[in-house]
Design a protein around this ligand. Structure first.
Ligand code: SF4
Length: 349
């Protein structure tokens, strides 16, 4: 009978040319002991090289509002958290930040916020139109759930991409962690984004309380089923301002395994080395880039606001300015023998 390590080897061998792993095969890799996980990371790195090449795409992250009407149990900016200061960037500040990002060499930005009722689809559309008039940036929006028509207004204004993570594929766990959201509605939003022609990104957290290896495997299979253009995966990091403060978070090894498996299953999707990985381990983002990731999202938000946008604690780079982050990340990427892309980094699908 094949030993577990032999099974890991043969699944990885198959995965080099074929991303259609069964749930059982995914579980063998997810349950693989830590000392053997390098085989999985190396396999994902080879698939990354073959499918998306050596370029790393940078997306400049603008955190434009930390107001949120929702109360996701894990989130540091949940509406009911009274212990943080709230801020909203003005249209002029967002535009100025976008122009600065372009001057630092970014070809693409991500505008991210909580679900802030101030930023209606019309308000966002107005800002997007202005950015598109003044820059040649590709724009990703990550501002939560809207109706089909609202997503259409945002798309018609020029947004290229939309990020909306499902966080977990387990309906039961989703309900527990999202008291004011519905899993099916989330799926409907992702479907609407796809229909409207957005490049769609989604993803999940690793190590949520109540998560099992089966749920993690289903998360990965859901990424594949959604046929995403982008997939973001990061560890759950418990925030002391939430009721999950005492929970144990996701580990780097499990998060890296999830990134590696996402690369194996999704082949040419864009996969970021998330900032949360860098928070878990100073080399976390580099390790993710060597385990299947091909995107980094450095913060371009002005330093004064960064402290207030902490979905999870001890977020890295809070005291750095955008120019510093740009130089720092370029050195890290080049240090791995990779190159920073000069393109917009649109979908490869
Ligand atoms: S995860 Fe998003 S929607 Fe949920 S509370 Fe945080 S910012 Fe709001």
């Amino acid at each position: 009978m094949e030993s577990n390590i032999q099974k890991v080897h043969s699944i990885c061998e198959k995965a080099l040319n074929d991303g259609n792993l069964s749930k059982e095969e995914i579980l063998v890799l997810l349950n693989c002991p830590e000392e053997y996980t390098d085989i999985i990371f190396q396999t994902a790195d080879k698939v990354r090289k073959k499918e998306v090449g050596e370029e790393v795409h940078l997306r400049g992250l603008i955190e434009f509002s930390n107001f949120c009407k929702k109360n996701c149990e894990y989130c540091g900016i949940r509406g009911k958290n009274k212990s943080i200061n709230r801020y909203r960037l003005t249209k002029e500040e967002i535009l100025e930040t976008a122009i600065k990002a372009e001057s630092l060499g970014y070809r693409s930005i991500v505008m991210q916020s909580g679900e802030d009722p101030f930023f209606t689809a019309e308000v966002l559309a107005d800002i997007i139109t202005s950015i598109k008039m003044k820059t040649d940036l590709a724009i990703t929006i990550s501002a939560g759930e809207f109706t089909y028509n609202e997503y259409k207004i945002i798309k018609d204004a020029g947004a290229d991409r939309y990020l909306l993570r499902f966080e977990t594929s387990s309906e039961e766990l989703y309900k527990k962690l999202h008291p004011d959201s519905d899993f099916h509605h989330r799926m409907e939003c992702l479907d609407n984004l796809e229909k409207l022609g957005y490049q769609v990104g989604s993803g999940f957290m690793v190590g949520l309380p109540g998560e099992t290896p089966e749920i993690l495997a289903d998360n990965l299979l859901l990424l594949q089923k959604l046929d995403l253009d982008m997939a973001g995966i990061g560890p759950f990091l418990p925030n002391s301002d939430t009721i999950l403060a005492g929970a144990s978070g996701g580990t780097l090894n499990n998060s890296l395994k999830a990134v590696a498996l996402a690369r194996i299953l999704l082949r040419n999707a864009h996969i970021p080395a998330t900032t949360a990985m860098g928070t878990l381990d100073p080399k976390g983002r580099e390790k993710a880039l060597q385990s299947g990731a091909n995107v980094v999202m450095p913060n371009v938000t002005a330093q004064e606001y960064r402290e207030m946008y902490q979905l999870y604690p001890d977020k890295i780079c809070l005291n750095d300015d955008p120019a510093h982050c740009r130089g720092c990340i370029t050195r890290k990427i080049e240090g791995l023998g990779r190159v920073v892309s000069k393109e917009h980094g649109h979908t490869l699908k």
